[in-house]
Design a protein around this ligand. Sequence first.
Ligand SMILES: Cc1cc2nc3c(=O)[nH]c(=O)nc-3n(C[C@H](O)[C@H](O)[C@H](O)COP(=O)(O)O)c2cc1C
Length: 399
Amino acid sequence: MTDIFTPAVLGPITLRNRVIKAATFEARTPDALVTDDLIEFHREVAAGGVGMTTVAYCAVAPGGRTDRHQLWLRPEAVAGLRKLTDSVHAEGAAVSAQIGHAGPVANAASNRAPALAPSRMFSPLGMRPMHVPDEAEIRELIRAHAEGARLAEQAGFDAVEIHFGHNYLVSSFLSPLLNRRKDRYGGSTANRARLAREIACAVREAVGDRMAVTAKLNMEDGVRGGLTVPESLQVASWLEADGALDALELTAGSSLLNPMLLFHGDAPRREFVQALPAPARWGMRLVGRAFLKEYRHRGTYLLERARQFRRELTMPLILLGGITNLDDMRTARAEGFDFVAMGRALLREPNLLHRIRSDATTQSACVHCNRCMPTIYRRTRCVYRPEPLSIENIGGKNL
Ligand SMILES: Cc1cc2nc3c(=O)[nH]c(=O)nc-3n(C[C@H](O)[C@H](O)[C@H](O)COP(=O)(O)O)c2cc1C
C-alpha cells in the first residue's frame, strides 16, 4: 500500500494524507487560554506534513481538567482557538480538538472543583473523595460535551475527538472496576456504555455533518477487573451501530492505574518523582515501580488488539501506538486501518513526515525513553529537542 500520502475522507472532511498527530497534552495554556506557544506547537506539526493535528486536551468543564492550567472550552477561549485553527489551516493541515472530562484523573485540589467518578472512590491526586454524579448531573455532562463541540466548531476546528480512553470520565464509566453504580449507567455492559453512546450522539447532533466526530476508545484498561478487549469490542460495535462517529482511534491503558500500557518503552520513574507536585510525588516514590510498569516497545505495539476491532467493525479505524516509520504505516494500511496516529515521534521531530516522504527508509529519532511524559507538568516537549531561546517569553502570553 502506498496511499499513505494521498488525500483520504474522514466523514464530512478530507485530509491531505492518512497521518494524524495524536493528542499529546501540550502544557502551553498557563491561564487556561490559548498562547502563541500553543499555536506555534501546532503550526510546526502542520508544517511538518501531517493530515491533521489534534489539540489536547480541551476539557468540557473546568472540573474536567487534569489541572487548572488546562484549557476548557468556553466562549472566552474561542478567539485564541480561532487563531490556532487559522494558523494550522494556513499550513495545509486539518485540526481536531480532543474534548472530554478527566473524571477520576482530574486534580480536584488544583481545579478547586471536585473530581468525578462513577462510584465512590478516593482521589490520590486531590487527596479527597470524588463526587459521584447523579442522573441530572450526567445529563449536564452530556450537554457540556455537545456545547464543547459547538464551541470547537465556532473556533474553526475540522473535527472533534471525544476522549473515551485512559480511565478519564467516560472510560471510567466503561470500567467494571471503577463503575459499581446501580442505576442505568452501571452494572451491565450496556449500562456502562450508555454514557459513551449518549455523548457521541449528543456531539453529533450538535455539529451535524459540519465536522468530523471521532472517539479515542480504550480497547482495554490493562487493570485487573477493568475493561477488557471482548467488552470493548461490544461497546465499539454499539458505537458503530449508532452511526454518530466517523472513526475510532484505538488506545489502551489507564492514566489512573496503568499509564505505561499507553506508551510502552522505558518507565521514567525518577523524572516523574522530580516533576510531580507533593503529595503525588511521595505517592510516586512509594508505588512508582508498581504504577509505572514496563512494556517492551515495538513498532505498532497495539496492533494485535486493534486487529480484533478491524475484524469486527466496518467503520473507519485509526491505528495508534508505536508508529514511527513508513513500514509501520504500510502495515497499518495492509491490515485495513484507514489512518494512523503518531504521538511521541512527532514530539521528537515535527517534520518527520517530510523526511519520510523524501526518503522511505527514514527512521524516527524517538527512542521511546518516555521522558516527554513528565514534561506535561511544566511544558510538554521531547527532552532531546533543543528549545528556542525565547521560550519563557512565549509561554505565558494569552490570546
Ligand atoms: C507527553 C504526552 C502527552 C499525552 N497527552 C495525551 C492527551 O492529552 N490525551 C490523550 O488521549 N493521549 C495523550 N497521550 C497519549 C498519546 O496520544 C498516544 O496515545 C501515545 O503516546 C501512544 O502513541 P505513540 O506511540 O505514537 O506515542 C500523550 C502522550 C504523551 C507522550
